[in-house]
Design a binder for this molecule. Structure first.
Ligand SMILES: [Zn+2]
Length: 346
């Protein structure tokens, strides 16, 4: 190749290279152009590799021209690189743009089960009146569940149609009332005492809107000197005033429980219709709230508390029932079917 041809070829390389670099629209295209015109296998490299075959004068001319072509291409490459970077950055910013004024996405939030909520509320009210929480086992003996509570041997509640007995031992059962906890507490503690005993209880019941074989009770027990029925009444009135957030009319009806004497059932004016009658109260205007009474002296004596010196009152309520009254729930099964549409309302 003559010197002139070589010079022409170098100028052609430069022109083609500048054209390719100028047209590159992305980093990838620019890299392809760099490899093609400045890479190890480029025409420019191979021309520079043949320099040794020229005379010194020609070598100088060709060398200078090759270098200047290389420098021009490198400068163009650098310049194009900068502008492509700007273009690509703008594109990226556009694609990653977020509108910080948009409302956030809601995250699903867990809630406390309504029965746990109401239990905590009841405990907190009695806590304020000086009662402390005591707990006991769910698997009990018939002594704590019946005998110590003054339940006669032929009482129907002892029947296996009402109570779940274990198959291993005919005296071992699932407690049917939280009164068992009160007996255990009286055995261990010395009066005066004020306790409430929350917990699960089990009864061999058919499932329907009002009954479920598993439910929760909270029982209360106060043992002090010269306790009166008036004190029991005052304690319960205050409890319901705080629970429902207003004064409710109440009435006591005589009832019978083996471990209290006298015993009573406490009704309150229906908080939904204020006594005028509605579906929740079955048009009666009154709702049954709980059972209560003065602790039978026999029960005190059985646990070694002198009934001549000490007296007390006890009361027990179903937690589901309280929750149903407070929230206007008509079916106890809602608490146990885990339907989120129900649970999310609390
Ligand atoms: Zn009513």
């Amino acid at each position: 190749m003559s010197l002139l041809e070589l010079q022409n070829k170098l100028m052609a390389i430069k022109e083609a290279g500048l054209g390719a670099i100028g047209q590159a629209a992305s980093s990838d295209e620019l890299e392809s152009a760099r490899v093609k015109f400045l890479g190890q296998k480029s025409d420019l490299k191979s021309i520079m590799g043949t320099l040794s075959s020229f005379s010194p004068d020609q070598k100088k001319t060709v060398g200078q021209l090759s270098n200047s072509v290389r420098q021009d291409l490198e400068a163009a490459l650098k310049e194009r690189q900068a502008s492509i970077y700007k273009i690509e950055l703008a594109k990226r910013l556009e694609s990653e743009k977020i509108d910080i004024s948009l409302p956030g996405l809601g995250r699903p939030q867990g809630k406390i089960h309504p029965l746990t909520q109401i239990t905590e509320e009841i405990i907190s009210i009695f806590h304020g009146m000086g009662f402390s929480v005591v707990e006991g086992p769910e698997i009990e003996t018939d002594y704590y569940n019946f005998d110590a509570l003054n339940t006669p041997a032929d009482h129907p509640a002892r029947d296996s149609q009402d109570t779940f007995y274990t198959e291993v031992d005919a005296h071992v059962l699932l407690r049917s009332q939280t009164s068992t906890i009160q007996i255990r507490a009286m055995e261990k503690m010395t009066p005066p005492l004020r306790i409430i005993a929350p917990g699960r209880v089990y009864r061999n019941e058919e499932v329907n809107a009002r009954k479920y074989p598993l439910f929760h009770q909270i029982e209360g027990l106060l043992i002090e000197k010269n306790v009166t029925f008036g004190q029991l009444r005052g304690t319960l009135m205050e409890f319901y005033r705080l629970l429902f957030g207003r004064e409710l009319k109440t009435r006591f009806r005589p009832d019978f429980f083996p471990f209290t004497e006298p015993s009573a059932e406490l009704d309150c004016q229906c908080p939904f219709c204020m006594g005028s009658g509605c579906r929740t109260c079955g048009q009666r205007g009154w709702l049954e709230l709980l059972g209560c009474g003065m602790v039978d002296p026999n029960v005190l004596n059985a646990v070694g508390i002198d009934s001549q010196e000490w007296s007390g009152f006890a009361f027990g309520m179903g937690v589901e029932r309280v929750a149903m009254l407070k929230y206007g729930i008509s079916d106890i099964r809602h608490f146990y079917t885990n339907d989120l549409r129900f649970l999310e309302q609390f």
